[in-house]
Design a protein around this ligand. Structure first.
Ligand SMILES: [Zn+2]
Length: 165
């Protein structure tokens, strides 16, 4: 017997999207994307070449999802948007594990934003102490340019020797 696989956020997400789309058109096929980077969701129709029927097209349009003749996709970055839309359509709460994952995501984003602001404030009020970094400026490539970094706040800037002399 194979061990029971733990459901991932992605599993919960695809299940809700599948349920919502199938409530609009039961013949739609909603699958994990294969052959591409992790996390895409593929949606196909029930036609011979996976084309969408008129009913399936109307279902996708009602959901608001753009589609081609025989394929629609949901990207990893937009998954949460479609999941929340699907939950709204089904008039259900998100499952606990998914709700927790999203709350964690929100907390992390808020924390990152807070750290960015803090750093920005620190850099704006810092009495900089510059050191020249031992690497070259590659973009744009300029042999006369140096990277200066403040040892107190971490701010970096590019200075060309022409500016100094
Ligand atoms: Zn500084």
């Amino acid at each position: 017997m194979s061990p029971k696989r733990v459901k991932t956020t992605y599993d919960y997400e695809i299940a809700i999207i599948r349920k919502a789309l199938k409530s609009l058109a039961p013949t739609l096929s909603v699958r994990k994307g294969r052959g591409t980077a992790y996390g895409w969701i593929d949606i196909f129709g029930s036609g011979r070449f996976r084309e969408f029927t008129e009913k399936e097209k109307r279902a996708l349009e009602r959901f608001g999802l753009p589609h081609g003749v025989n394929k629609a996709v949901i990207s990893p970055e937009s998954r949460r948007y479609w999941v929340e839309k699907a939950a709204l359509l089904l008039d259900i709460e998100l499952p606990e594990p998914l709700k927790r994952a999203y709350e964690e995501e929100d907390r992390e984003r808020e924390e990152a934003r807070r750290r960015m602001l803090e750093l920005k404030r620190k850099q704006e009020t810092c009495d900089h102490e510059w050191v020249v970094m031992p690497y070259k400026v590659l973009f744009p490539s300029d042999p006369d340019a140096e990277v200066w970094r403040c040892r107190k706040c971490g701010l970096e800037k590019i200075v060309t020797k022409r500016q100094i002399s």
